[in-house]
Design a protein around this ligand. Structure first.
Ligand code: J2J
Length: 546
């Protein structure tokens, strides 16, 4: 085992023992699970990748591919504990590569396809990644050029592996070779990968998850969602996100021996066609997408009758929208309120309808400890609003190489400060009422104002900037940048500020939706910018619940 690891805090022994004794941590690893499933049902289909030519891989094939890929990567020097930034869209190779890394004991760092040079360079340099895996092009973007740039600037980065034509790099398809016994098996309490946090700070924090803890969350999710060998799950959201990966997600479905169908694009035209042709039974959506599907469902020519369950989460789902989903799509709704740091809440299949449409669910585990506290960390009276703190068998005890941040993000006794304001019902169900953290939830995509503010501040004409969320009927929130120009500076147009952010090379969802030039921000007594004040000022009224 790599624990105790100098890179990340872990569970104290007494907790680890308790979680093992309770049967939560069973000593499984991802590599081992795939091997077992492949032995149990080699001919069952694990992955369907619909396009441009339909491919399907059985469990047997996926297992062999992962082993051959692992051997090839190991032959190129990828070793246990190494970090590898994986930036792939929803394609079968994503699964092949990450299982290969799991087998080696190297850690995938999950970048999103939308990430650009600022984020990628940070992930590669901060994690001292030895390799970076990309598509050649995706959504019109040239990933080869970006990779060349990042490689030239990142000394640790020795390899770029490309799905498609490799340019000056290495084609991923050239990597696999016959497996050799390395004698190394990752331990269940080793780190398995680094997931990205939504982020409240200038740069996103990395989340260290172990085989033991993550697999427990998968098993719990499978049970709650009714995932089994007959489940056919459509990965609509980017596969690297924690939600489509684990709640129950493609990893949960593979754990149960079901079939994962990769969806190249989330629009109803593409997704509904796949629901019909692949007889999809389950998927997960963020609220804005659930709205679009709800609108498109009733009029569609596609047969959606195979669809049994749609999970909606990642941001607050309005009650009115929640009420419309089931009739529009002819399936069950489950709300999910989760976080890449751990804790995941689901409404249950046997919850009454009102609970399903008005709450964000209750925790997976009996051993998920929940506290709802005031600003002084005192428990609020039962049923009251407060900050959600949590500790449990699949919630991290600290971020990867971020001890100073950990001191703020965790209590002394190891509870994670989620930054969410919730209310707990007598049934244990949580209702998300708001947020205390400095983060904007743009339809499930998290934007850290500080990150955006730092970029805009770099402009010579900008004296100060403050980024806030404003209510939006479709996305829940949009980003608004208040900009104070330097005295005598040349006037800027909103478009110029947006261009500045885009040209800096960040994910497009971080480009401010709105830019307003102001003379001053509202100030609080101690002279700090009051984001709360700005937010209220910017809100055009109660969030229109579409
Ligand atoms: C309100 N806010 C929500 C919900 C997440 C499953 C589902 C989602 C995520 C996820 C995830 C919400 N209502 N239903 O990892 O496994 C906000 C909260 C939370 C933050 C976490 C999963 N569901 N949120 O969204 O790490 O503010 O994970 O703290 O991206 O999203 O964001 P993230």
């Amino acid at each position: 085992s790599a624990f105790p690891s100098p890179d990340a805090p872990t569970w104290p022994d007494e907790f680890a023992e308790r979680y093992r004794a309770a049967g939560h941590w069973r000593g499984e690893t991802f590599g081992g699970v795939l091997r077992e499933r492949a032995a149990a049902h080699p001919d069952r289909v694990a992955i369907v990748d619909p396009g441009p030519e339909r491919r399907e891989w059985t469990y047997g094939e996926l297992d062999v591919r992962a082993s051959r890929m692992a051997a090839g990567l190991a032959a190129r020097g990828i070793s246990p504990g190494d970090r590898v930034v994986v930036q792939l869209p929803n394609i079968a190779e994503f699964v092949e590569v990450v299982f290969a890394l799991f087998r080696i004991g190297a850690l995938p760092v999950y970048a999103l396809p939308a990430h650009r040079e600022t984020e990628i360079e940070y992930f590669c340099s901060f994690t001292e990644a030895v390799a970076y895996v990309i598509p050649d092009r995706h959504a019109g973007f040239d990933h080869l050029a970006l990779a060349s740039k990042v490689k030239a600037r990142t000394p640790s980065l020795r390899h770029v592996f490309v799905v498609g034509s490799p340019g000056g790099h290495t084609a991923l398809s050239e990597v696999p070779c016959d497996p050799v016994d390395t004698g190394h098996e990752p331990a269940p309490d080793d780190l398995a990968f680094l997931q990205l946090s939504g982020g409240t700070t200038g740069v996103p924090k990395l989340i260290p998850r172990t085989h033991d803890d993550y697999i427990y969350s998968l098993r719990g999710s499978d049970e709650i969602c009714g995932v089994d060998g007959d489940t056919r799950f459509l990965v609509v959201l980017p596969a690297a996100h924690n939600f489509p990966m684990s709640s129950p997600g493609w990893l949960g479905v593979l754990y149960a021996g079901g079939t994962v169908v990769m969806c190249p694009s989330p629009d109803p035209a593409t997704a509904f066609a796949l629901v019909e042709s692949e007889r999809v039974t389950m998927t997960g959506l963020v609220p804005p997408l659930a709205l679009v599907w709800t609108e498109a469902g009733p009029g569609t020519a596609h047969d959606l009758s195979s669809l049994e369950l749609v999970l909606v989460g990642g941001a607050k789902y309005s009650e009115s929208a929640a009420r419309r989903l089931e009739p529009a799509l002819g399936c069950r709704l489950m709300q999910v309120f989760g976080m890449a740091e751990g804790l995941v809440n689901y409404t249950r299949l046997d919850d009454d309808h009102e609970t399903v449409v008005t709450t964000q669910g209750r925790p997976i585990s009996e051993d998920d400890e929940i506290r709802v506290v005031d600003d002084a960390d005192e428990d609020v009276p039962e049923g009251g609003f407060g900050h959600l703190l949590t500790r449990g068998p699949y919630t991290i005890r600290g971020y990867w190489r971020a001890p100073e941040h950990d001191a703020r993000a965790f209590t002394d006794d190891g509870f994670y400060r989620t930054g969410d304001i919730v209310r707990r019902l007598p049934t244990g169900h949580l209702v998300v009422e708001g947020r205390a953290k400095d983060q904007i939830n743009r339809g499930g995509e998290k934007v850290a104002p500080e990150e955006l503010e730092n970029i805009i501040l770099a402009h010579p004409s900008v004296h100060d900037v403050c980024v806030v969320g404003v209510a939006d009927a479709y996305l829940g929130e949009r980003t608004l940048a208040y900009v104070i120009l330097r005295e005598g500076a040349e006037a800027l147009k909103p478009a110029a500020v947006k261009r500045l952010v885009r040209e800096r090379g960040v994910a497009a969802y971080k480009i401010p939706d709105l830019v307003e030039f102001v003379e001053a921000f509202p100030q609080t007594g101690i002279g700090k910018v009051s984001k709360k004040g700005l937010r209220t000022e910017a809100l055009p009224g109660p969030a229109a619940s579409a």
